[in-house]
Design a protein around this ligand. Structure first.
Ligand code: PGA
Ligand code: MG
Length: 227
């Protein structure tokens, strides 16, 4: 029995199309001449450090002045709140979650997604009941890669061995900062090659996750060492 915390965007859900659309909705509120819309690839590269950083990266890519930041962030969050229609769970992700739950593990979410859109997407994918805790990018005063949100999620799950499952540079750094073993999903939004991201195991298919977790746990020493 373990405590397993998951990142969300790029790990369980392919949400980049909705986030891209929210970014473009924000850009569309700027006065003419308007910057070109974000491509999906560009927007995907901006995900992983929360809404504020997404907007900052979008501004940098389009040469938009910092003075426009607060209004752009507000319109981005507004469009983002209910944006679930273009999001898809990765194949086998929900089944893997259910298999891990059936094996007795306690599951949580630690994402940099703001709590508004987080609640909407957990609801849309019927995920809320599958996780005992979900920490968003604005739940605490700090967000990943600060280890505090991951620690808070683990704390809420009680005691036992722990693992963190994520897709990005931010997640690898968070796991290392919290001294928690890290499972890297290679099909998400990372920029670096997997070999350049510190990880304890990796997978490209969620169907492999339950066995991978079982194998890792068999080799993991006492949980207290990872707290
Ligand atoms: O950057 C975000 O908004 C969310 O990203 P995460 O779910 O991968 O933490
Ligand atoms: Mg992610």
């Amino acid at each position: 029995m373990a405590r397993i915390v998951f990142d969300l965007d790029g790990t369980l859900l392919n949400s980049a199309p909705d986030i891209c659309a929210a970014g473009n909705a924000a850009l569309a509120t700027l006065p003419a001449p308007r910057p070109a819309p974000l491509s999906l690839g560009e927007a995907t590269g901006f995900i992983g450090s929360g809404a504020d950083q997404f907007v900052a990266r979008m501004r940098a890519a389009r040469g938009i002045d910092a003075a426009a930041h607060p209004a752009l962030l507000a319109t981005f969050i507004d469009a983002y709140e209910g944006a679930t229609g273009l999001t898809r769970a990765y194949p086998g992700a929900v089944e893997a979650i259910d298999a891990l739950r059936a094996a007795g593990h306690r599951l949580g979410i630690c994402t940099n997604k703001p709590v508004g859109p987080l609640a909407a997407v957990l609801d849309a994918f019927d995920l809320a009941r599958r996780f005992e805790v979900s920490i968003g990018g604005d739940t605490l005063p700090v967000r990943k890669p600060d280890p505090a949100p991951l620690r808070a999620a683990l704390e809420a799950l009680g005691k036992g061995p722990c693992l963190f499952v994520g897709d990005s540079e931010t997640d690898a750094e968070t796991a290392r900062a919290a001294s928690v073993p890290f499972l890297l999903f290679t099909g998400g939004y990372r920029k670096a090659a997997p070999r350049d991201l510190p990880h304890d195991a990796l997978f490209d298919d969620h169907a492999a996750l339950p066995d991978l977790v079982a194998g890792m746990l068999a080799g993991i020493p006492d949980p207290a060492t990872a707290r």
